[in-house]
Design a protein around this ligand. Structure first.
Ligand code: PGA
Length: 302
C-alpha cells in the first residue's frame, strides 16, 4: 500500500499542473523547499520518479501522469463528499470557488457581497484572470463557476447568459472627436490605440471587429490590465475599447468620454459557466441562480 498524505498529493498536483515547484509554492502559499521535499517524499513512497527536469521546466514521467489522474479523481470525490455532507447537514455553508475574467471584477465582488448577506457563513475563493488563463482553469476543473463573455467552444460546458457587456470606445474627455456623431470606423486607421495583452477576451473581440471592418489601428501600447489602460488614456497616450463595466459613472462624467464610432459598442453578454457533468455544490447552485435572477438592467452593476 502506497503511504502518501493528502497534503503531499495536493502539493504534487499543484506542481504537475504548474510545471514548476516555485509556481506551486506561490499557489499554495508555502515555501518552495517544502514543495520540493513533499514531492521527494512522495517519489520515495511511489518508488519511481514522478518528474523529469529540463532546464527550469518540469515534465511528468509516466508514473507522474498516472498519479496526477488519480489525484484528480481523489480531489473530485472529496469535493463531492464535502458537498454531500453540507447537504446532509442542511447548512448554508461551504466554499464557493469562482473564477472570473478581469472585467468582471468590477461588479462580481459587489454581487458576492449582496449574496453573502443571505449566506453569511460561506467561504469564497475568487480568482481574477484573463480569458486564456480562465479557460485553462476550466480545462483543469479548478473552480465551481466561471464568469466570462466568450465561452470556449472546445470545452463541454453549460453556459447561461445573465447581463449585457458592451465594449465601448473610450477616450480622454478632451478628445477632439468627443462631440462628433457617427464617426466612420475607418477613421480609426492609424489612431494611437492602447490594446489589452494577448490572451485577453476583450482584445480578441476588438481584433475581430477591426479585422471585419479592415481597420488597422496603430498599437502604441499593450497593457495587461483595464486599470492601466484607463490611466494611459487619461495620460493622453491614446484611445482603447474596454468593457463599459470597467468605468464608473463618476469616471465617465469627469475623466473620459465614449466616442460615437460606427459599429460600436461591441455587443457582448456575460455568461455564467460550469463544466457539463459537474455536480454543483448547494452554494454554487444558489449563486448561479442568484446571478440568473438578477434584473438585467445595467444600472444594477453600474
Ligand atoms: P479579458 O476578458 O479580461 O480576458 O479581456 C473579458 C471578456 O471575456 O469579456
Amino acid at each position: 500500500m502506497i503511504q502518501a498524505t493528502l497534503h503531499q498529493l495536493r502539493v504534487f498536483e499543484a506542481t504537475a499542473r504548474n510545471g514548476s515547484f516555485t509556481k506551486a509554492a506561490e499557489e499554495l502559499m508555502i515555501r518552495q523547499p517544502t514543495v520540493s521535499s513533499q514531492v521527494k517524499q512522495l517519489t520515495q513512497a511511489i518508488g519511481l520518479p514522478l518528474f523529469e527536469q529540463m532546464g527550469k521546466q518540469l515534465y511528468l514521467t509516466q508514473a507522474g501522469e498516472e498519479l496526477l489522474a488519480t489525484c484528480q479523481e481523489i480531489f473530485d470525490r472529496l469535493d463531492h463528499l464535502e458537498m454531500k455532507v453540507a447537504d446532509l447537514k442542511g447548512m448554508r455553508q461551504g466554499r464557493l470557488r469562482l473564477a472570473v475574467v478581469t472585467t468582471a471584477k468590477y461588479f462580481i465582488p459587489r454581487i458576492l457581497g449582496q449574496f453573502c448577506q443571505e449566506y453569511p457563513d460561506i467561504d469564497i475563493a475568487l480568482q481574477v484572470t484573463n480569458h486564456r488563463k480562465l479557460t485553462q482553469r476550466m480545462r483543469n476543473n479548478l473552480d465551481d463557476l466561471y464568469i466570462l463573455s466568450q465561452p470556449p467552444e472546445d470545452v463541454d460546458l453549460v453556459a447561461q447568459p445573465f447581463l449585457e457587456n458592451p465594449l465601448v470606445l473610450v477616450a480622454r474627455r478632451d478628445h477632439p472627436w468627443a462631440k462628433r456623431r457617427s464617426i466612420p470606423i475607418t477613421e480609426l486607421n492609424d489612431q494611437p490605440f492602447i490594446m489589452r495583452e494577448l490572451g485577453s477576451g476583450t482584445r480578441q473581440a476588438v481584433q475581430d471587429l477591426l479585422n471585419r471592418c479592415k481597420v488597422k489601428v496603430k498599437v502604441r501600447l499593450e497593457l495587461g490590465s483595464n486599470e492601466a489602460i484607463k490611466q494611459a488614456i487619461a495620460g493622453g497616450l491614446g484611445i482603447s475599447i474596454l468593457s463599459k463595466h470597467s468605468l464608473s459613472p463618476v469616471e465617465l462624467k469627469s475623466e473620459y468620454t465614449l466616442l460615437n464610432v460606427q459599429h460600436l459598442p461591441i455587443q457582448r453578454r456575460w455568461y455564467a459557466v460550469y463544466l457539463s457533468g459537474k455536480q454543483l455544490s448547494v452554494i454554487a447552485d444558489a449563486f448561479l441562480h442568484y446571478l440568473l435572477e438578477m434584473p438585467s438592467e445595467e444600472g444594477m452593476i453600474a
